[in-house]
Design a protein around this ligand. Structure first.
Ligand code: C2O
Ligand code: CU
Ligand code: CU
Length: 500
């Protein structure tokens, strides 16, 4: 893909001959590893996104008003940075609603260009999904509504305008959407928002000399923008005052392209309690956790009185030959936890959590395979006016997905949470045994994903499936499917869409 630029910059451009591995590229390659361990000052309290306010609508629904707007954010001393946000200058409020509740949104676009807001991980009618067909014009309003019908989970929202998702998200449009239910509330897990239940939207950003966001792709990189500073909820170098023995972190990889390999500075173990779609059947103890762009994880960490420990991202596998250029060799300090001299509560994580995915024994109505390579899926780039296929409402399908080139990709499906049945024919690793809507694709491995389609059908309004590395998605690594009722056939997608 973009590694062709190596030849341009260091071959034809500089030397007039290919000098790959020679002075210029060699020096660049050696310097391309970032290490911020010990260099982050951790002098700013972690910002906690406000909980979105709602009012009770006439129908009894909870109504949220979300204003997408430009603004300025002071990430560091000196000049403020021009950013975009929802009901604020950067990122958006955390939306919270219960299973069974009816929600309505008034989404106002205060930008000078079209955008959209997609509810990532949500089961909902296609027309409410906020994908590339639900564009909100500049100055316009969009009013999606649906009934929350899925288990407790940490979901999120972000723009999805085809060709501009990377740009709009990088500028700051993103927020969490937490779904609650009785089962999760009955568990003895840390649950006081902003105190021992912390939202953590992890993003990398680069700043230019003018302290503005620089959307810089690493020279010879293959994933899109990779930043050298880490923000959590928009805070650079954040610390958290810990007051309880156990703390839950709701981690979202909100980066465009960077793969995180989370762990703590003292390699302490922590418990993974939930993945994209909600609670695992039982906690899984580990000292490292991968999250690719768009994925979420809820982890529970135990602290001892008086200690300080940092959340980091460690070097990652799966980068391929030149992975270093895309950040795979980086060591990054992310957030410091400062435990008080005495901590409340106990340190026991419940042994039983949610209900394990149960699609393995189901009759499979249809199998499909998806090959991701060269900004295409199955050899075709995304086309707004082409619906790739239709699935039958009520049925279970198995999708076999393979990353067929040397670069990092992942795979996200709208509307459903899926079960990873097997990876290369074997049982998936514990972090892939819960409900997922986005899965990291290690090159060459075959992932078999089972999913059940249910709910409202619409032969003309598609849902998306795509790589969640936003530059890949924008460049065409995406496709569209519709959910069909009895006797329905694949129709035609909405004809006229505004393209920026
Ligand atoms: Cu998070 Cu299609 O998106
Ligand atoms: Cu999505
Ligand atoms: Cu990709």
């Amino acid at each position: 893909m973009r590694r062709r630029t190596v030849l341009r910059a260091f071959g034809w451009g500089i030397g007039g001959a290919v000098v790959l591995g020679g002075g210029g590229f060699g020096a660049y390659y050696l310097s391309a590893r970032r290490n911020t361990v010990g260099k982050v000052s951790f002098d700013t309290p972690l910002s906690i996104p406000a909980l979105a306010r709602s009012r009770r609508g006439a129908s009894g629904a909870r109504v949220f008003t979300l204003g997408i707007q430009p603004g300025e954010t002071r990430f560091k001393d000196g000049k403020p940075t021009r950013t975009w946000g929802v009901n604020g200058a950067y990122l958006g409020p955390t939306i919270r609603a219960r299973r069974g509740e009816r929600v309505e949104f008034v989404v106002r676009n205060g930008l000078g260009e079209a955008t959209s807001l997609h509810w990532h991980g949500m089961h909902l009618p296609a027309v409410m999904d906020g994908g590339p067909h639900q564009t909100v014009a500049p100055g316009g309003t969009w009013e999606p509504r649906w009934t929350i019908d899925q288990p407790a989970a940490t979901l999120w929202y972000h723009p999805h305008l085809h060709g501009s998702t990377a740009d709009h998200t990088y500028r700051g449009l993103a927020g969490l959407f937490i779904v609650d239910d009785e089962r999760a509330e009955a568990l003895d897990l840390p649950s006081e928002y902003g105190v021992d239940d912390l939202p953590m939207i992890v993003q990398d950003r680069s700043f230019d000399a003018d302290q503005q966001f620089a959307q810089r792709e690493p020279l010879a990189g293959s994933l899109g923008v990779i930043g050298d500073e880490i923000l959590v909820n928009g805070t650079i170098g954040p610390y958290v005052d810990v007051t309880t023995r156990l703390v839950r972190l709701r981690l979202l990889n909100g980066s465009n392209a960077r793969l995180y390999h989370f762990g703590f500075s003292d390699d302490r173990r922590f418990s993974l309690v939930a993945t994209d779609g909600g609670l695992l059947a039982a906690p899984w103890e580990t000292d490292r956790l991968y999250l690719s762009p768009g994925e979420r994880a809820e982890i529970v960490v135990a602290f001892a009185p008086g200690e300080r420990v940092e959340l980091r991202s460690y070097p990652a596998e799966h980068g391929g030959v030149l992975g270093r250029l895309d950040g795979f060799d980086d060591r990054l300090d992310i957030c410091q936890f400062r435990a008080a001299g005495s901590l409340s509560g106990d340190a026991t994580v419940p042994a039983v959590l949610g209900v394990a995915p149960d699609l393995a024994g189901e009759a499979v109505a249809q199998e499909r395979s998806f090959l991701l390579a060269s900004n295409q899926i199955n050899g075709r780039p995304m086309a707004m006016d082409r619906i790739d296929f239709g699935v039958r409402e009520g049925t279970v399908e198995v999708w076999e997905v393979t990353n067929d080139n040397g670069y990092l990709h992942n795979f996200h499906v709208h509307d459903v949470q899926f079960q990873v049945l097997t990876v290369d024919g074997g049982t998936p690793e514990p972090p892939l045994r819960g409900w997922k809507d986005t899965v990291l694709l290690v090159q060459g491995r075959r992932y078999r994903l089972a999913m059940r389609f249910r709910g409202r059908t619409d032969p003309n309004m598609p849902y998306m499936y795509h790589c969640h590395l936003l530059a890949h998605e924008d460049n065409g690594m995406m496709g569209q499917f519709v959910v069909l009722g009895e006797g329905e056939q694949v129709g035609v997608p909405p004809g006229r869409h505004r393209h920026p």
